[in-house]
Write a protein that binds this ligand. Sequence first.
Ligand SMILES: Nc1ncnc2c1ncn2[C@@H]1O[C@H](COP(=O)(O)OP(=O)(O)O)[C@@H](O)[C@H]1O
Ligand SMILES: [Mg+2]
Length: 377
Amino acid sequence: MRIGILGAGQLGQMLALSGYPLGQRFVFLDTTGNPSADIGQTLVDKNNARLDEFLSQVDVVSYEFEHLPVELVRQIEQHKPVYPSSRALQVCQNRGLEKALFTQLAIPTPEYHLVDSQESLQQAVTALTTKHQKPVVIKTVTEGYDGKGQAVLKNDASQAVSEVWQKIGGRELIVEAFIDFVREVSIIAVRSQTGEVRFYPMAENHHVDGILRYSFAPLPNLNAQLQAQAEGYIQALLTELDYVGVLTLELFQQKNGELMANEMAPRVHNSGHWTQNGAATSQFENHLRAVAGLPLGSTAARLPTCMVNIIGKNGDVQQLLSIEGLHLHLYGKEERAGRKLGHLNLVAANSEALLAKVETVAKRLPQAPLPKFSFVE
Ligand SMILES: Nc1ncnc2c1ncn2[C@@H]1O[C@H](COP(=O)(O)OP(=O)(O)O)[C@@H](O)[C@H]1O
Ligand SMILES: [Mg+2]
């Protein structure tokens, strides 16, 4: 089976790496001029001139990032099956549609306002800060990732509001109540073409400056009720969207234990990279099984696993690989501040042993922040 992937970054690379053993072959369509997948065949197409060539070489199409023109995906759907569908893409690339769907499905989410002018931004900031006595998080409705296109305001001072509008405004924004979460978690699920669904155990995610640094799974103190609540939320989304492939839901866990949806991604996700070495079937393989109409694989965790992102600067490979249970996944990218260059997965027999290894890695990786998890004093 020939799989077409829109986008040609590290997620595409890792999809292909897990699709080859299934006999799949890959063609990437890159519209940025900067492909890094470096596997299979890549069509660089900055001027939208090679779509027919791409379509003639693939049986089915998926994508590795959601900031794509929905129109392009609708057009492709006229010729080849696309999973997840253009509707799933449309919802997941727009924070306003995403939040509206959460609300429609009774999935709790931070209170929010959509605004499109400095005046409406000011009103929303005043309304939310007055009501909750908490800061607000302001985000662009489309195109944000890794915390980009965001600002936090502690109060509704008009000078600060004006600066935010200058910096990220001039377009539609969403203003959200700030959630004092105990921790951030995510749930990843996969749904097949026949409607079979499997859920991975949740991961705890530690972000610094909006960028994911550590994902730990399964949670050492995971209770069945919490997992079931998250599964219920993501199941509702999968059913409503008649979804095929891997879907990720990022959640905040509050002090009272309850979960609140933050955002979702219609694709394999950085917080699911642990599954490459810690689960029976990786998120990449399961996404491809779904897209190709194959039965899904077990999502069970094999051992406690922690994913550590390698950002900006590479570590010493000799030193890193001397750590038992460490698996390196480098994307073949040049070093640049803030850039995701790779990740590593640490696997250990139990959570204590795993935490000790994470500490060791944090010391050996340049500029890595100290690992922090809610279950460690
Ligand atoms: N309403 C909020 N309250 C508190 N923290 C937030 C809120 N929204 C976002 N954040 C923080 O910012 C990070 C990035 O925001 P997110 O909405 O996930 O955007 P991105 O698309 O950049 O991942 C989150 O993982 C979380 O740490
Ligand atoms: Mg996020």
